[in-house]
Structures are given as structure tokens and as C-alpha cells.
Write a protein that binds this ligand. Structure first.
Ligand code: ARG
Length: 282
């Protein structure tokens, strides 16, 4: 897409769920970024996270919080707790035992918040880590965490097409580490994270997608949140920020370096609550 052709961008207010990293640390390794030998500054993680939390509110979004539980250091990555589409909540079913107990906590949060359609998952899925709602479809990652059978389960629950995409590089183990939804029909992604067939699928569905290079992918530049205008992303992803600006988005860089030590950034810390006609809180 050339600079001249981008549409006028508008922000739509969002509703997010986040989890303060009170108990964040790295004491196990379930992805290549995690190194239990490397020290983590939990207080700094909290400060960095709070900046993100404030930014969302400054941008006019609603942010709710789930209580962080001791012994669940990865709970800060709220994106993994569930996927919410049109008011329906599909609770995560974590691949690794270290995170398994988070599912019940997220389930309980949604029930207590008044959501009536909250569904436990039969198949392994890690919420919005691997399910990205893009307009009328859901892009769904597999390869490392979420199982292909889970994609069918999500399609049956949400009633919209779920497009399976296979991740092939263990550094990009969740779909949201390699692809971000910028607007209903606009995405950005890092092609090398995907199988050849999935790259073809992405080219077919999104011929104008913004492609990220390795330097931006490596600093988690694709682990971004867009409200249609503002795109919050790790500040180290500078080339990506320029490309976003050239398309009429407003990139907002943020430093979440401590949370990167767990293998996550902006998007991982953010679960979007998408309300619909089908129940749940408005
Ligand atoms: N340490 C966490 C894990 O490996 C990081 C999760 C990051 N979340 C995300 N949505 N990509 O499960």
C-alpha cells in the first residue's frame, strides 16, 4: 500500500483485561526467551506494565484488572487467559502444566464480571496468544501451543471462519509474537515465522499486509495492540514504527524489557473483551 492510499484512521474505544505483574519472575523455561538464570527485576516489570496500563486509559480505553496469583508468574500475560468474540468467552487450556491453573482464574474472572457464555475448552489453546480476531474472521496459530483441533472448537463456538496458520520458528511460539491485527482487514506480520503454506494463505488474504523484518520481529515489534489508529508496540521496533506511521497509524513505543524476559510484550499483556449481542457485560 502506498502512503497516499491509506484510509483515514480512527480509533475505536476498547475494553481490555490486564494482570499486574506482582508475582512476575522467570523460574521455568517454556519458550526460548525465558532463562531462569537471568535476573528479573519484578519492581521494574510492574513500573513498565503500569505505563502500558495508563496509556490505554489515556487513549480512552477501559481496562479491567484480574488479581495476580502467587505461584503463577506468567499470569501477567493476560492475552493467554481466554478469547472473547461477540460476548462468548472461550477459556484457555494451557499446554504446559506451569500455567494450567491460570485457566480457572480467568474463567472465574469472566463469570464474576457477569459474562454468561463462558466455555471451558476441550482442546489445548492459549487464548489470544494464538487466536487473533480480525474483523469477520479469527486468525489462529498452531505449531507450538494451540492444537489444530482447537481451531475447529473455536470455529464452532464463535460461528465465524477460523483460519489456521502454522508457526515454524520456536522464538515465535504464539501467533501474537509474529502477527498483529491493525484493523478489521489489515494486519502486519513476520513471514519467516510461518510455514510456506501459511505464508501463501496470508498473502492471499492480505495482499497489502505490512511485512516486518527480522530486527523488528526479534524485539517483539509484532506483539502490538492497535485500536484502529494508535498502535502500541515495543519501542525498540523502530523501523516497524516508521512503516506504521507511513500508513497513517500512530505508533506509540513502549518499554516492556522486563516482560520480554518471559517472552512477551504489549499484546501478551492485553486481553480484549469483545462484547456482542449474545450476552456478557456491555
Ligand atoms: N512465558 C509465557 C509463555 O511462554 C509468555 C506468554 C506470552 N504471551 C503471548 N500472548 N504471546 O507462555
Amino acid at each position: 500500500m502506498s502512503e497516499q492510499r491509506h484510509p483515514a484512521r480512527t480509533a475505536r474505544p476498547r475494553h481490555y483485561l490486564m494482570c499486574r505483574p506482582t508475582h512476575f519472575t522467570v523460574d521455568y523455561r517454556i519458550n526460548p526467551w525465558m532463562d531462569p538464570a537471568k535476573p528479573v527485576d519484578t519492581a521494574l516489570a510492574v513500573l513498565q506494565w503500569e505505563r502500558l496500563y495508563e496509556l490505554y486509559q489515556e487513549l480512552g480505553h477501559t481496562v479491567e484488572l484480574i488479581e495476580p496469583l502467587p505461584g503463577l508468574p506468567d499470569m501477567v500475560y493476560a492475552a493467554n487467559g481466554a478469547t472473547v468474540h461477540d460476548g462468548r468467552v472461550l477459556v484457555a487450556n494451557f499446554r504446559y502444566e506451569q500455567r494450567a491453573a491460570e485457566a480457572a482464574a480467568y474463567r472465574e474472572w469472566f463469570e464474576n464480571a457477569g459474562h454468561t457464555e463462558v466455555r471451558d475448552a476441550v482442546h489445548t489453546n492459549e487464548g489470544e496468544g494464538d487466536y487473533l480476531v480480525a474483523g469477520d474472521r479469527v486468525l489462529a496459530g498452531t505449531g507450538f501451543r494451540t492444537e489444530p483441533a482447537a481451531h475447529a472448537e473455536a470455529q464452532e463456538l464463535f460461528g465465524v471462519p477460523v483460519v489456521g496458520l502454522t508457526l515454524v520458528d520456536p522464538r515465535y511460539y504464539h501467533l501474537d509474537t509474529a502477527l498483529a491485527v491493525l484493523d478489521d482487514d489489515e494486519i502486519m506480520y513476520y513471514p519467516d515465522a510461518f510455514s510456506d503454506a501459511s505464508r501463501r494463505t496470508l498473502r492471499e488474504l492480505y495482499p497489502d499486509a505490512l511485512l516486518a523484518d527480522e530486527a523488528d520481529a526479534e524485539v517483539f515489534g509484532l506483539n502490538a495492540i492497535s485500536d484502529g489508529l494508535n498502535v502500541l508496540l515495543p519501542q525498540a521496533a523502530t523501523a516497524l514504527a516508521d512503516k506504521l506511521a507511513a500508513r497513517g497509524f500512530r505508533p506509540v513505543g513502549i518499554d516492556l524489557s522486563e516482560l520480554l524476559k518471559g517472552g512477551g510484550s504489549v499484546k501478551c499483556c492485553t486481553l480484549e473483551i469483545r462484547h456482542g449481542a449474545t450476552g456478557g457485560r456491555r
